[in-house]
Ligand binder design. Structure first.
Ligand SMILES: Cc1cc2nc3c(=O)[nH]c(=O)nc-3n(C[C@H](O)[C@H](O)[C@H](O)COP(=O)(O)OP(=O)(O)OC[C@H]3O[C@@H](n4cnc5c(N)ncnc54)[C@H](O)[C@@H]3O)c2cc1C
Ligand code: FES
Length: 342
C-alpha cells in the first residue's frame, strides 16, 4: 500500500511505496533533498514531520537526539510512512546546491603522508566540472571495489582533487589504496555529498577540530575560509595518537604564520615519548582552552567516537547544536551494525 507524502519546502506530493523511505522516494523523484550517509548516521536529512506517522528504522543518537525525536523531528533516510505525511527538511543556514556529478578521474599523485595515510591527488577527465563546498565529500569507486566515502581536502577553487586516506584494518578500499594504487589508475568520483560545509557568511570565531584524516575536510574548510578573506579567529586542532601519525604539520604551521588569525594546535593522545606537542584527547584540549564557545561555529571531522564526544562536550561550553557541523567517518562495519539494529 502506498502513502502520499507532501514535501512542504518543494511543494511536491509523491506516492511512497510500501517499505520505501521518504528520502529514497524524494531522491528517485530528483528532489534535491539534503542528505549524506543515507544510513541514519550523519543527521544531514533531519526533517520536521508536520503530519502523519512514520516507522523509524534504527539510527544513531548522534544523528537524531531523543529530545529532537520528542519534538517531532525525524530522519528522512530512516522514515517509512505508515500514513499520509507532510515533511520538510530542517532549515539549514546558507543552503548550497551543486550539480551532482559522476566523474571519470585519474590518479595524478600519491604521497606517503604517514605509515598508514596516503594523500592522493586526482584529475577529473570526464563528467565535470566538479563544484563543491569546502567540507563536503564524494564516493570513490576503484575498479572492482565497492564505493567508499572520502572528503575533499583541496580548496573548492582548486582543480585537482585531494583526498587523505587512512588504512582501516581489513578494509578493502583503503588496503587497495595503500598497497596497490598507482599514478595513472582510474577512479570514479561521485558527489558532492554532505552538509558539514563552510558557512561563508558566519562572522564569529571558527573552531575546526580534526581527528587523523578528519584533517581532509577541515583543511579544505580552513584553507578556503582564509583564501576568501574570512577575518575571524580560526582555531584548528589536529588530534592523533602519536607523533608518527601527524602529517602536514609543516604546511599548517606555515599557514598559521602567513595568517595570524589562524592558530594551529596538534594534540597527541598516546605519545610514546616526551614530545614538543600537547598531549591528551583533542576534545579535552579544546575544553581546557575555552570558557565559552557561544557564537562560534565548530567544524568537526574524524573517527565517530571523537566526533560524537566533541559535539556533546562543546555544547557544555555554550555552542548551539546547530552550529556544530560534524562529519563522523563511519566505516561500512559501523553502518552495518546500525542496519542490523544492534
Ligand atoms: C562522510 C564520510 C567521509 C569520510 N571521509 C574520509 C576521509 O576523508 N578519509 C578517510 O580515511 N576516511 C574517510 N571516511 C571513512 C571511510 O569512508 C571508511 O573508513 C571506509 O569505509 C574505508 O573503506 P575500506 O573499504 O577500506 O574499509 P571497510 O570496508 O569500511 O572496512 C572497515 C572494517 O569493517 C569491516 N567490514 C566491512 N564491511 C563490513 C560489513 N558489511 N559488516 C561487518 N564488517 C564489515 C572490515 O573488515 C574492516 O575491518 C569517511 C566516511 C564518511 C561516512
Ligand atoms: S542521510 Fe539521513 S542520517 Fe545521514
Amino acid at each position: 500500500m502506498t502513502h502520499k507524502v507532501h514535501f512542504r519546502t518543494f511543494d511536491i506530493e509523491l506516492e511512497v511505496a510500501d517499505g520505501q523511505t521518504i528520502l529514497d522516494a524524494a531522491l528517485a523523484a530528483k528532489i534535491d533533498y539534503p542528505c549524506g550517509c543515507q544510513s541514519g548516521n550523519c543527521g544531514a536529512c533531519k526533517s520536521r514531520l508536520f503530519t502523519g506517522k512514520v516507522d523509524l528504522a534504527p539510527y544513531s543518537e548522534f544523528a537524531l537526539e531523543t529530545s529532537e525525536r520528542d519534538q517531532g523531528l525525524v530522519l528522512a533516510c530512516r522514515s517509512v510512512p505508515l500514513t499520509d505525511c507532510e515533511i520538510a527538511p530542517l532549515d539549514q543556514d546558507e543552503v548550497v546546491a551543486h550539480p551532482h556529478r559522476v566523474m571519470d578521474c585519474k590518479i595524478g599523485r600519491i604521497t606517503e603522508a604517514t605509515h598508514d595515510i596516503r594523500v592522493i591527488q586526482i584529475d577529473v577527465i570526464g563528467g565535470g566540472p566538479f563544484s563543491f563546498s569546502p567540507g563536503q565529500y564524494a564516493a570513490l569507486t576503484f575498479s572492482g571495489l565497492p564505493p567508499r566515502d572520502f572528503s575533499m581536502a583541496n580548496r573548492a577553487d582548486e582543480d585537482r582533487l585531494e583526498f587523505h586516506i587512512r588504512r582501516i584494518t581489513g578494509g578493502k578500499v583503503s588496503d587497495h589504496i595503500l598497497d596497490q594504487l598507482k599514478v595513472g589508475d582510474r577512479v570514479n568520483v561521485e558527489g558532492p555529498y554532505g552538509v558539514s560545509y563552510l558557512r561563508k557568511l558566519h562572522r564569529g570565531p571558527i573552531l575546526a577540530v580534526a581527528g587523523s584524516t578528519g584533517l581532509a575536510p577541515i583543511k579544505s574548510i580552513v584553507g578556503s575560509a582564509l583564501q576568501i578573506g574570512m577575518k575571524q579567529s580560526i582555531y584548528l586542532y589536529l588530534g592523533v595518537r602519536d607523533e608518527r601519525d601527524l602529517y602536514m604539520t609543516d604546511a599548517l604551521e606555515l599557514l598559521a604564520t602567513d595568517y595570524p588569525s589562524l592558530t594551529f594546535t596538534p594534540v597527541l593522545s598516546e605519545p610514546s615519548e616526551q614530545v614538543k606537542y600537547r598531549s591528551g584527547l583533542v576534545t579535552d584540549a579544546v575544553l581546557s582552552d575555552f570558557d565559552d564557545l557561544d557564537g562560534c561555529k565548530a567544524y568537526i571531522a574524524g573517527p565517530p567516537a571523537m566526533v560524537e564526544m566533541a559535539v556533546e562536550k562543546f555544547q557544555l561550553l555554550g555552542i548551539r547544536r546547530e552550529d556544530c557541523h560534524a562529519d563522523a567517518f563511519y566505516t561500512e562495519a559501523e553502518k552495518a551494525i546500525l542496519d542490523q539494529g544492534e
